[in-house]
Design a protein around this ligand. Structure first.
Ligand SMILES: Cc1cc2nc3c(=O)[nH]c(=O)nc-3n(C[C@H](O)[C@H](O)[C@H](O)COP(=O)(O)OP(=O)(O)OC[C@H]3O[C@@H](n4cnc5c(N)ncnc54)[C@H](O)[C@@H]3O)c2cc1C
Ligand code: SF4
Length: 442
């Protein structure tokens, strides 16, 4: 049973997916081969254990399935909507050898929604009998690390610079891909564990880290993600060009933040965030939306499902193309000028490897531009501790146990891996919690 995506609701920012009915969920779970080694389970970076929750659905233990998802993955509801299952559990599903893989994403949504609607008994709050741990950043990695530590009875506080928890999924992933109630359910589960979240509390200076230690926090987990989007120098100071982070976060917080009715919008960048920006622009009633990428259509880094959605939304893919210049009127871009490209070395999609092709010039008249060409970690990160080893794009160097070069300071999620997925960040957070437990138990 293929995952259905629905175009009709996207303009209203309603979910692009239909939930599986009880009958459909049982029918799908009945296709499961109940593999003893459950390759789907082994393929999940967060240990959500699809093999177990699908078996529970098959044997009509729906509450048990909801419990499995929630207990194994504090962002189980979020992951049920945004996980790239085609590249993870479903890719490894044994049923693929016979026909379609099991619709694991759909069944996880069913289990998570069952939990929300029918109530799974609440988590018991942490006894807080063990050491104090500070977590910086309430995104998936921080939430997951906090949940695991709370279950081990640590006294956990998350310091979050924004007024909400949930990181990038909360701030930027459009509601048609991730319904708000899924995230709220996961956040509530975290709060039920007794984790304290201190909002509007950025940790940006070395003195603040020292103060955390003075305040008795025996370990720190850095999970600050990637917060600074790259800009294209040719768009600098243009009034009608914004980064995808600004575009998606402002559009999500207030659908009137950008008036794109009947406009032509160009999104530069063919990754998932570019496709999200293009679909959002279309949902905000833009007349025409271009997605301009160096990569060819089959090379786009965005997931297949996101591309299918963009095709349903009539996004114009201007692939194998590079914007090299602009025409402006009063600091507003009016025309994008570009050239088609080919790769100097095949299979190397680095912008430096792009070679423009002579006599392929094109011009696109536009009203608004969104850049989605990459992101770095916050520029404050290197200044937090002079001994903190930093890699490219201000990301933090950490070993397989998520230890950084500073004793007692751990790090995981996007701020270490340079940008991955929610489920990877959840997995990092869980494993880092185990390392922190070992460190604090010494
Ligand atoms: C538009 C978009 C779409 C995406 N779509 C998908 C998808 O479909 N599927 C998928 O799996 N992944 C997707 N991702 C990637 C996914 O969101 C990230 O991989 C994941 O959120 C990383 O989690 P994290 O906890 O490491 O960081 P983040 O989610 O970035 O969370 C970091 C948190 O730290 C806070 N913070 C930052 N600096 C500080 C500071 N100095 N002090 C205190 N707090 C701070 C931030 O406010 C934020 O809340 C998408 C990302 C974006 C931007
Ligand atoms: S790999 Fe597929 S068939 Fe096997 S247990 Fe997992 S979902 Fe079922």
């Amino acid at each position: 049973m293929k995952n259905q995506i629905l175009k009709c609701n996207i303009e209203n920012f309603e979910s692009m997916r239909e939930s599986l009915s009880l009958q459909a969920a049982i029918k799908e779970a009945n296709r499961c081969l109940l593999c003893s080694d459950a390759p789907c389970t082994q393929a999940c970076p967060a240990g959500t254990d699809p093999g177990k929750f699908i078996r529970q659905i098959k044997f009509l233990n729906f509450k048990g399935a909801a419990r499995t998802v929630r207990n194994n993955n504090i962002l189980g509801s979020v992951c049920a909507f945004v996980c790239p299952v085609e590249k993870l559990c479903e890719e490894k599903c044994s049923a693929l050898a016979l026909e379609d893989p099991i619709n694991i994403g759909g069944l996880q949504r069913f289990a998570a929604e069952y939990g929300q609607q029918n109530g799974v008994e609440k988590f018991t709050p942490s006894d807080k009998t063990k050491a104090k741990v500070a977590i910086i950043g309430a995104g998936p990695a921080g939430m997951s690390c906090a949940a695991e530590l709370a279950k081990l009875d640590y006294n956990v506080t998350i310091f979050e610079k924004n007024a909400v928890a949930g990181g990038m999924p909360h701030l930027t992933i459009p509601e048609f891909r991730l319904p708000q109630n899924a995230l709220q359910y996961d956040i509530q589960n975290l709060l039920d564990l007794g984790v304290h979240i201190q909002y509007n509390s950025p940790i940006e200076r070395e003195t603040q880290i020292k103060k955390l230690k003075e305040d008795g926090f025996n370990a720190i987990f850095m999970s600050t993600g990637l917060t600074e989007a790259f800009e294209l120098p040719i768009f600098k100071e243009c009034k009608n060009a914004v980064s995808y982070i600004e575009f998606l976060s402002r559009a999500k917080a207030d659908k009137k933040a950008f008036n794109l009715v009947d406009t032509t919008v160009a999104v530069i960048g063919g990754g998932s965030v570019g496709v999200d920006s293009a679909n959002t622009a279309k949902a905000l009633s833009a007349k025409k939306v271009y997605l301009i990428s160096l990569e060819g259509l089959s090379e786009l880094p965005a997931d297949d499902e996101e591309i299918r959605l963009a095709q349903l939304m009539n996004i114009v893919f201007k692939t194998s193309s590079q914007i090299v210049d602009v025409e402006q009127d009063n600091n507003k871009i009016t025309i994008l000028k570009g050239l088609e490209i080919e790769w100097k070395e095949l299979g190397n999609f680095n912008p430096a490897n792009a070679l423009t092709i002579a006599n392929t010039e094109f011009k696109i008249p536009i009203d608004f531009v969104v850049t989605a060409i990459g992101t770095a970690a916050g520029s404050e990160i290197p200044g937090l501790n002079p001994n903190l080893k930093i890699k490219g794009k201000n990301t933090i160097q950490a070993n397989d146990e998520f230890c950084t070069s500073v004793e007692g300071v751990f790090a995981g999620g996007d701020v270490v891996n340079g940008g991955s997925t929610v489920v990877k960040a959840v997995g990092d957070g869980k494993k880092a919690a185990q390392s922190i437990d070992v460190y604090l138990s010494k």
